[in-house]
Design a protein around this ligand. Sequence first.
Ligand SMILES: [Fe+2]
Length: 254
Amino acid sequence: MKLIQVTDLHLVNPGEMLVGLDPLARLDACIADINHNHADADLVVFSGDLSDRGEAIAYETLKRRLATLVPPHRLMIGNHDDRAVFLETFPKAADENGFIQTHLDMPHGRVLLLDTVEQGQVEGRLCATRLEWLDERLGEAEGRPAYVFTHHPPFDIHMPTLDVLKLMDHAALYDVLTSHGTVRHIFSGHVHRPVGGSWRGIPVSTVRGTNHQSALVFSGDYRTSMEPPAYAVIIVSEDSVVVHHHDFLQGAIA
Ligand SMILES: [Fe+2]
């Protein structure tokens, strides 16, 4: 099973720059690269911060671009998104409670995309309704492996300016996940960095955004970085989950 993770698009008005970069041109390059190299992917997950300011123009532009993406895809939202505005363009993306959450049954298990946004806050939240939804979806999987995507990581990456903005309800998430014991990996966005490791025994990873990155600094103020954009190619087999980071502007394959 091949999954692609694309994250933190931060789209603005078409043609507008963001921190000196063109988010839409980079999304276009990302989609072209996926279509060229990974048209066989089972799923492309866009793990939030689709827009920078939650504006309708960003979602309308994204919808037009997604029409050119060959593999199937699903969208998540992040703290820079506006759930209500997003739903005006993607009305079918909401679950029965109005959250942007979904699950997909794939060859190697169940993929779960969580909505960790508390509108108006930068840090992540999972309310009782969303945790109950997750608990039910994991229960339905009846022991099959589960792969969880969150915008906000539930773990520290030891960069203090980002750690204070992680998923605050991490303990409750851990309780739900471990009550089923089937989660093989958590894939997160939000931090604009390539990070891998484990959190309380659960493998985790994050990936760079398609526009700007976070500088690797372990103290002091937050700093933006001009490291290249990337997406993740995730290969899931019976006995492994492997995450490749692909710098799509620099790593073009002829
Ligand atoms: Fe972001």
